[in-house]
Design a protein. Structure first.
Length: 138
């Protein structure tokens, strides 16, 4: 019952911690109330400056941008990425199909061997002979 004592001790420690945190919160709230009583209320003053809209709207004339070249490069890059992704997915599908075919072939071989053994089982020694006939026909 050692764990019960440890659990009870942990619960007591947790409760003491929670009470100490709550006490600190209450102290902070009291301190805030005292500070707000001693300081005068300060009004928030916001000053705005006039904005010259023509300076914001003007675009720099020194930087020419050719959108046809940029969009063509982007299009070619995206087509190359899509083609690479498609080839990658096709490879995954092909490998998955090959794995499935190999696994099914193994399962069918085991099922055929089990069926052969089940039909010729008459005891221990005939089963060994049947196993040899089924495993190595010919």
């Amino acid at each position: 019952m050692e764990w019960v004592k440890e659990r009870d001790l942990l619960i007591e420690q947790t409760l003491a911690f929670v009470q100490s945190v709550n006490a600190k919160k209450a102290d902070i709230k009291r301190a805030d109330i005292r500070r707000s009583d001693t300081k005068p209320d300060l009004k928030l003053r916001i000053e705005t400056a006039p904005i010259d809209a023509t300076k914001i709207i003007e675009s720099p004339a020194s930087v020419p941008v050719s959108r046809a070249i940029v969009s063509g490069d982007f299009r070619a890059e995206m087509q190359a990425r899509v083609a690479k992704f498609r080839a990658h997915q096709e490879r995954f599908n092909r490998e998955r199909e090959e794995y499935l075919s190999a696994t099914l072939a193994k399962v069918r071989a085991v099922e055929a061997l089990a069926a052969c053994l089940a039909t010729s089982y008459r005891g221990i020694s005939p089963a060994i002979g049947a196993f040899r006939r089924c495993a190595h026909p010919g």
